[in-house]
Design a protein around this ligand. Structure first.
Ligand SMILES: Cc1cc2nc3c(=O)[nH]c(=O)nc-3n(C[C@H](O)[C@H](O)[C@H](O)COP(=O)(O)OP(=O)(O)OC[C@H]3O[C@@H](n4cnc5c(N)ncnc54)[C@H](O)[C@@H]3O)c2cc1C
Length: 426
C-alpha cells in the first residue's frame, strides 16, 4: 500500500508540474504584502463570478482528462476506483500548487450529490450525469431546505403528485447554494402526507431548466448572492428521474447529509488556513499594537490550541481511512469545530481591531477581516447547525437519551395541523 501511495503521489506531482505553477508558501507570508482578502463568500459581479465558475470547470476537466477527476469513483463513470486516502493525498499535493478554486463544483455537486446519485440513481441517470459532473460539464445543487424545513428537514412540504409515468411538483426551496449555475438539482418532495413524516418523502433528480423551475438569488450581508430561492410550479419530472424508492427518499437524503458533514468538516484551505494561522494572527496583533495585551494573548492561545486539536482530529480520521476504517464521530466533531474555530477567530480579530473592523482605514490586513466576520453566522448553520450537531454527538457518540418530542409515528398531515414533531433531523 505504502509503495502504491508513493507511486500515486509521484504521478500527481508530475501532472501538477505539467499543468500548474507552485503556490507561494502560505505560512511564510510577510505582513503588508500580497492579497489580504479573507472572503469566505464571493462578493463579485455576476460577470466575474461566471468567469471564476468557468475557470473551475476548466480545471476540473483537466483533472478528469488526466485521471484525477473522480479518484474514488467507479471506472465505468470516469473514476479511478482508488481509495479515500488517495483522494486526501491528491488534495494535499494539489494544495501546494496555484490552481483555480473548484469549491463551486466540489462542495455540493461532486462531494454530496455525486455519491448520492451513485448510490441511489438508475443506470441511465448515472450514465448521463456522473461522467458529466466529474468532467466539469454539469453542476449540481441540493434542493432540500424550505422556509419551514431546515433542521427539521423531514418536515418538508414541497409536494409531488403522481401523473401517469411522471410526477407533478409544486413548492419552494430556499438557501440553495449554486442553483444559479446548476444544470441539475437533487430534490426532496412529500409524496405521502398520510405517512409519518420520514416515510412519505421521495427524491428526484430535476433538470434545472425544466419548465416551472424558477431560481431567484438571495443577497447576503457579505455583498454577494451565493444562495437562491427556488420555486417549483407544476414541474413535470419523469418517474425514471426518481432516486431510491417511492416514499423512500429519507434514505437518499441521509446519504447526502453524511457526505455533507464529511465535506464541510474537511475544508482546510483558503480563508480557513489564513484565519487560523498563528503567524498571521500574531503579525496582526503587532501591527495594531495589541501584542502586549495579556488577556488577548490568552484568548489567542486558546484559539490556536483548539485549532491544533481539530487538526489532530482530522489527522486521526485520515489515519483511520488509511487503515481501512470509516471515521465516525470525528467527522461530526470536526464539522462542529470547523464553524466554531473560524467564528472565534473572526470575533477575536474584531476585538483586536476595534473600530477598524467596521471602518476601512486603508491599513493592509485589517478591514479585510470584516468579510470573514460577516460570514461567520452562516458557518455555524451550513451543513447542520451547531445545536443539531451537538444533539447528534450527544445521542450517537455519548449515548445520551434521544431528544423528546420528535414524533416519528403520526401521519405528517396531522403534525402540520398540531404543530408538533419539530426538533431536528432523525
Ligand atoms: C451557507 C449556507 C449554505 C446552505 N446551502 C444549502 C443548500 O445548498 N441546500 C439546502 O437545501 N440548504 C442549504 N442551506 C440551509 C441549511 O441546511 C439550513 O439553514 C439549516 O439546516 C438550518 O435550518 P433553518 O435555517 O431552517 O434553521 P432552523 O432549523 O429553523 O433553526 C433555527 C434555530 O433553532 C435551532 N434548532 C432547531 N432545531 C433544534 C433542536 N432540535 N435542538 C436545538 N436547537 C434547534 C437551530 O440550531 C437554529 O439556531 C444552507 C445554509 C447556509 C447557511
Amino acid at each position: 500500500m505504502e509503495q502504491d501511495l508513493q507511486a500515486f503521489t509521484a504521478e500527481v506531482r508530475a501532472f501538477l508540474d505539467r499543468h500548474a505553477a507552485k503556490a507561494p508558501d502560505r505560512t511564510a507570508f510577510t505582513w503588508g504584502e500580497g492579497d489580504d482578502s479573507m472572503a469566505y463568500f464571493s462578493a463579485e459581479t455576476p460577470e466575474v463570478e461566471r468567469r471564476r465558475v468557468q475557470q473551475a470547470r476548466d480545471w476540473q476537466r483537466t483533472r478528469h482528462q488526466n485521471g484525477f477527476g473522480w479518484i474514488t469513483g467507479p471506472a465505468r463513470y470516469g473514476g479511478r476506483d482508488l481509495t479515500p486516502i488517495h483522494d486526501l493525498l491528491y488534495d494535499a499535493v494539489e494544495a501546494e500548487y496555484d490552481v483555480p478554486d473548484t469549491g463551486t463544483l466540489s462542495v455540493v455537486g461532486l462531494g454530496m450529490i455525486g455519491p448520492t446519485i451513485l448510490a441511489h440513481g438508475r443506470e441511465h441517470i448515472k450514465d448521463r450525469w456522473l461522467p458529466a459532473m466529474y468532467r466539469g460539464d454539469a453542476l449540481a445543487c441540493q434542493l432540500f431546505s424550505e422556509p419551514g424545513a431546515g433542521s427539521d428537514l423531514a418536515g418538508l412540504e414541497t409536494r409531488a403528485v403522481r401523473d401517469g409515468d411522471g410526477w407533478i411538483v409544486n413548492g419552494q426551496k430556499v438557501w440553495t447554494s449554486v442553483a444559479h449555475h446548476s444544470q441539475i438539482g437533487l430534490l426532496l418532495t412529500r409524496t405521502d402526507p398520510d405517512a409519518p413524516k420520514h416515510r412519505g418523502i421521495t427524491a428526484f433528480l430535476v433538470p434545472m431548466d425544466a419548465p416551472g423551475v424558477e431560481v431567484r438569488p438571495l443577497r447576503q450581508m457579505t455583498g454577494g448572492a451565493d444562495f437562491n430561492e427556488v420555486f417549483l410550479t407544476d414541474v413535470r419530472i419523469p418517474d425514471d428521474h426518481r432516486l431510491g424508492e417511492v416514499d423512500g427518499g429519507w434514505t437518499v437524503a441521509l446519504t447526502t447529509l453524511m457526505n455533507e458533514r464529511a465535506t464541510v468538516g474537511s475544508e482546510g484551505s483558503g480563508p480557513v488556513a489564513a484565519a487560523l494561522s498563528p503567524q498571521r494572527l500574531a503579525a496582526l496583533m503587532r501591527a495594531t499594537w495589541t501584542w502586549d495585551d495579556r488577556a488577548l494573548r490568552a484568548r489567542l492561545a486558546e484559539l490556536l490550541v483548539d485549532a491544533m486539536a481539530t487538526g489532530h482530529l482530522n489527522a486521526l480520521a485520515s489515519r483511520k481511512l488509511r487503515a481501512g476504517i470509516t471515521p465516525g464521530p470525528e467527522r461530526s466533531v470536526s464539522k462542529l469545530m470547523y464553524g466554531r474555530n473560524l467564528t472565534r477567530a473572526a470575533h477575536f480579530v474584531a476585538d483586536v481591531l476595534g473600530p477598524r473592523a467596521i471602518a476601512d482605514t486603508g491599513q493592509w490586513g485589517t478591514y479585510a477581516w470584516s468579510e470573514l466576520l460577516l460570514a461567520t453566522p452562516a458557518l455555524r448553520i451550513l451543513g447542520g447547525t451547531e445545536e443539531i450537531m451537538k444533539n447528534i454527538l450527544a445521542e450517537r457518540v455519548l449515548g445520551l437519551p434521544k431528544e423528546p418530542g420528535v414524533d416519528t409515528r403520526s401521519p405528517f398531515r396531522e403534525l402540520r395541523r398540531s404543530g408538533a414533531g419539530q426538533g431536528g433531523t432523525e
